[in-house]
Design a protein around this ligand. Sequence first.
Ligand SMILES: [Zn+2]
Length: 77
Amino acid sequence: MSEPPETSEDDDLPYCACGHTRHHLMVSPEPEYTAWGTFWVTLMGVSAAPICIRFRCRVCKSLFDLTNDPDELRTFL
Ligand SMILES: [Zn+2]
């Protein structure tokens, strides 16, 4: 295996037409839940872990990134 180690450099992240990465102020996370998760969140008012999170730029309105990294998902509980 010659994969380079993971880094947290923004350079490696996808970005939208404006050049914003998921960490930019104008980029909003949009958590996506399973049907069952949506049921709990919307009807029961409890928190469920999203299955993935999409990132939408509020300037150009494009969805340009998503994550299903468990560590990141946990921050949206
Ligand atoms: Zn944009």
